[in-house]
Design a protein around this ligand. Structure first.
Ligand code: T4K
Length: 370
C-alpha cells in the first residue's frame, strides 16, 4: 500500500490547463459572478445531463435546499416529514425555514425514508415530505407521491448523493416538486462548492431565480425575502470541465466497486446494500453494513483503519434525531426510529474514488476478511 493517507473520497479534478483557460476568459470578461456566461452555460448543460426540464444553479447544496423549501412559503411552524438518516443539512434547512422536521424511520435495505410509515406522522400542520436518496439509493418515489397527492403535500427530494442517477432511464431530478443536487468537492461531480435545484413546474423558474438573488425583481423592486445563492464563474468553470470527465470517473469507480463486491460479499457478517433493478448507480459512496454476526463492531473497524491512516466514514452517525438541537423534541421521544438506530451503528463508508490504488483496495478487503 503506497498511499500515505487514504480518505473516504478525493475530489475529481479536471486538467489544470483547461481550468486556467476558463480563468483567462473570466479575467478578460471582468464578469466574476451574478449569472455570468459560464454559469448560464453550465445551467443549460446540467439540464441536459440530468434530463430535466428546468435547473437553477446554486453556490452550494444547502442554500439550494433552503431555497427549495422557501419557494413554497410554508406557514411558520409547519411540519415537514423527513428522514433522520442523512447529513445535518437536510433537517437544518427545514428548521432554518421556520418549520419543524418530523423524523420518520427508514427502510433497512435502501436506508431511505420508509414510505409505509409516513402517514403515521401526518397532522393538520404537515405541509411537505423531504426525502433523501441516500448514497444514491432511490426513495420509494411512487408511494411517496401517492401519499403527497392524498394529503396535498409538497415533495422535495434531497439528491445530494445521486448525480446522474436514473430510474428506468428517467433522470432522478424529475420526481416530486423540486430536487436538490449537491456539487460539493466530495461529490462525484463537483463545482468546488455548489448545487442545483431541478423541477418541472415552469412557475418556479422566476420564483427560484429571484429567491436566489435576494428576492430582487429589478433595480427598484424587491419582491421576496431572498438569499444570496448565486454560483460564481470559477465554480461554473470547474463544473464545465468536470462535466466532461465525471463519466470516466464513474467507470473507474465501477471497477473499484467490482473488486470490493467480489471480496466483501464472501465475508460473513458484511452486507453490501444493493441498488434496485432499473436504477443506475451514481457511484457516490461505497457503504457496507457490519451485521451482528461479524466478529468486530463497526466502530472497532473504523478505529482499526484509522490507526493505519485509512479514514473511513460513519455516514450517518449520529443520526439527526440524536443531535442536541432535535433530541428533546416530543415527536422524537414518541417516535419509533429503531431501524435508523440500528443502522447508524452498523454502516461504514469505505474509501471510494477512481484513483484508489488496487493494493489499497485489496489491503482494506484483507483487513475486513479477519
Ligand atoms: N444533503 C445531503 C444528504 C448531503 O450529504 C449534503 C452534503 C447536503 C445535503 C448539503 O450539500 P452541500 O451544502 O455540502 O453542497 C461532507 C461534505 O462537506 C458534504 O457536502 C456532504 N454532504 C457530506 C456527506 O460530506 P464532511 O464533514 O464529511 O466533509 P470532510 O471535510 O470531512 O470531507 C470528507 C473527506 O473528503 C475528507 O476526509 C477528505 C476528503 N476531502 C474533502 C475536501 C473538502 C478532500 O480530499 N478534499 C477536499 O477538498 O462533509
Amino acid at each position: 500500500m503506497s498511499e500515505s493517507k487514504v480518505y473516504v473520497t478525493t475530489p475529481l479534478l479536471p486538467d489544470i490547463n483547461a481550468f486556467y483557460a476558463h480563468v483567462n476568459d473570466i479575467w478578460d470578461s471582468k464578469w466574476l459572478t451574478n449569472m455570468g456566461q459560464k454559469h448560464n452555460e453550465l445551467e443549460e448543460a446540467i439540464k441536459v445531463e440530468l434530463k430535466v426540464p428546468h435547473c437553477s444553479l446554486f453556490n452550494n447544496g444547502t442554500i439550494a435546499l433552503l431555497t427549495a423549501i422557501r419557494a413554497f412559503d410554508f406557514p411558520f411552524g409547519s411540519e415537514i416529514i423527513t428522514t433522520p438518516f442523512t447529513f445535518a443539512a437536510t433537517p437544518h434547512c427545514i428548521s432554518w425555514n421556520g418549520c419543524k422536521p418530523v423524523f420518520c424511520d427508514i427502510e433497512p435495505d435502501t436506508m431511505t425514508i420508509n414510505a409505509d410509515k409516513i402517514e403515521e406522522y401526518i397532522t393538520p400542520n404537515t405541509v411537505a415530505i423531504i426525502a433523501v436518496h441516500v448514497y444514491g439509493f432511490p426513495c420509494n418515489i411512487e408511494k411517496i407521491q401517492k401519499i403527497a397527492d392524498k394529503y396535498n403535500l409538497k415533495v422535495i427530494y434531497d439528491a445530494a448523493h445521486a448525480f446522474s442517477t436514473e430510474i428506468n432511464g428517467v433522470g432522478i431530478g424529475n420526481f416530486g416538486d423540486i430536487t436538490m443536487f449537491s456539487f460539493h468537492a466530495t461529490k462525484l461531480f463537483n463545482t468546488i462548492e455548489g448545487g442545483c435545484l431541478t423541477y418541472k413546474n415552469p412557475d418556479l423558474i422566476k420564483k427560484i431565480y429571484n429567491l436566489r438573488n435576494f428576492g430582487i425583481k429589478n433595480e427598484e423592486i424587491v419582491e421576496d425575502i431572498g438569499i444570496n445563492g448565486k454560483m460564481n464563474e470559477f465554480q461554473a468553470a470547474m463544473g464545465l470541465e468536470n462535466l466532461k470527465i465525471y463519466k470516466y470517473e464513474q467507470e473507474r469507480r465501477k471497477k473499484v466497486k467490482a473488486i470490493y463486491d467480489d471480496k466483501l460479499s464472501k465475508i460473513k457478517g458484511i452486507r453490501i446494500p444493493k441498488m434496485p433493478s432499473g436504477v443506475s448507480n451514481s457511484y457516490q459512496y461505497y457503504p457496507i453494513v457490519i451485521e451482528d454476526n461479524y466478529p468486530k463492531t463497526r466502530d472497532e473497524i473504523y478505529e482499526m483503519f484509522k490507526s493505519e491512516n485509512i479514514f473511513t466514514r460513519k455516514y450517518f452517525y449520529p443520526a439527526c434525531h440524536d443531535y442536541d438541537c432535535y433530541k428533546n423534541d416530543l415527536s422524537v421521544k414518541l417516535s419509533n426510529l429503531s431501524v435508523t438506530d440500528d443502522l447508524k451503528n452498523k454502516v461504514l463508508c469505505l474509501p471510494f474514488y477512481g484513483t484508489l490504488e488496487k493494493d489499497t483496495i485489496h489491503h482494506i478487503c484483507n483487513k475486513l476478511g479477519v
